[in-house]
Ligand binder design. Structure first.
Ligand code: KG4
Ligand code: ZN
Length: 349
């Protein structure tokens, strides 16, 4: 079965072709980061307009690369939410139009389910059940995953998401948007012990997170260093980046290990953009291994938003007999806010 996946929930246009027998055939991504950098964040209207320009040419490219035709597509999976309303509408209107024209099923996929299942796309694949740590620009959640569609929320952030904290701290250090990857690069040559930053809710006894206080602590630190010397030195910036990254990685690692202990599970899956962070990967892997657990990550290129994870999640839903929303009369809707726990378990799970 050949599935076309379309992702347009934020500032990346992603498309992919996934064959349920042969695996991922081709995928393409267009990042709008350059376009939004001038504004220091995503401008929703610009994002929607750019998705309109990109989706169809990108689909042409993956069809050509994989030597398939539009007619050979059996179903279309599209991110239906959560995300920016206008941006989601672009992907969904194209998916539903293609579905109507080709008379093929269209499946609305939850963006976070895409992230969460993405480590199952490559070997070694984690078996169910596992703990999923979802860390993206908009979400920080720990989930107990017992099967496709069986997601129990164990804890989440009460304020900023981990990626948001990375982005805001990067902006305080004068790095561009989104700043997670560049802050992490800066941190490589910094000293994690120079500045003592808080580990919010580390000992709260539950699996909730909070990152806004950490960002405020960095703000206060940057202000005091600047008032003393006028500006930050390169080394001060590196040390702040390293101390900040360490604080986040510490909290994420400790809470994920607590989730393992509480559920008595032995596997962890990390998904979402912050899952690309090297320090987090190192710390989590060594802490998990020390307690006899394994950690699985999607390939780096599939950590941030992409169409492959949407095509793959669609395939997983089909393989488990999920109810499929067909293009029908062409009516469709998007779900900018969509709690993941509202997802239905497919019947055969
Ligand atoms: O999953 P994603 O692509 O988009 C959302 O669904 O939000 O995640 C984007 C987030 C951004 O906040 C970005 O700064 C962060 O992931 N990110 C990183 C790294 N690469 C991306 N954060 C820390 N270290 C990285 N290497
Ligand atoms: Zn995402």
């Amino acid at each position: 079965m050949l599935i076309l996946g379309i992702e347009s929930s934020c500032d990346e246009t992603g498309v992919a072709l996934f064959d349920t027998e042969k695996g991922l055939l081709s995928h393409r991504l267009h990042s709008q980061v350059e376009m939004h950098t001038a504004y220091g964040g995503v401008v929703p209207e610009l994002a929607s307009r750019d998705h309109i320009r990109r989706v169809l040419p990108l689909i042409e490219e993956i069809l050509q690369e994989s030597g398939r035709s539009l007619l050979s597509i059996d179903a279309i999976g599209v991110t239906q939410g959560p995300g920016l309303g206008g941006a989601l509408l672009v992907g969904n209107s194209i998916a539903v139009s293609l579905g109507a024209a080709l008379n093929k099923a269209v499946v609305g996929i939850h963006h976070l389910e895409g992230h969460l299942l993405s480590p199952l796309m490559v070997e070694p694949r984690p078996a169910f059940p596992f703990i999923a740590l979802l860390v993206s620009g908009g979400h920080t959640q720990l989930m107990a995953v017992r099967g496709v569609g069986d997601y129990q929320l164990l804890g989440e952030t009460v304020d900023d998401a981990a990626g948001e904290a990375f982005d805001k701290t990067a902006s305080l250090l004068g790095l561009g948007y989104p700043g997670g990857a560049s802050l992490s690069k800066l941190a490589e040559r910094g000293n994690v012990n120079t500045y003592k930053l808080p580990r919010p809710m580390l000992n709260s006894g539950d699996l909730e997170f909070s990152f806004s206080g950490l960002k405020t602590a960095v703000l206060v630190l940057v202000k005091s260093l600047k008032s003393a010397a006028g500006s930050l030195s390169e080394q001060q910036s590196r040390d702040i980046a390293a101390s900040f990254e360490m604080a986040i990685a510490d909290v994420l690692t400790a809470k994920t290990l607590s989730a393992l202990a509480q559920t008595k599970m032995r596997r962890i899956v990390v998904a979402g953009g912050v899952g690309a962070n090297r320090r987090l990967r190192e710390m989590l892997t060594s802490a998990a291994n020390a307690s006899g657990a394994e950690v699985f990550y999607p390939p780096l290129a599939l950590c941030t938003d992409n169409g492959a994870m949407i095509a793959f999640a669609t395939a997983m839903r089909f393989m488990h007999g999920a109810e499929i929303r067909t293009s029908g009369n062409g009516a469709f809707g998007v779900k900018p806010r969509w709690p993941m726990t509202d997802l239905q378990r497919p019947p055969t799970v």
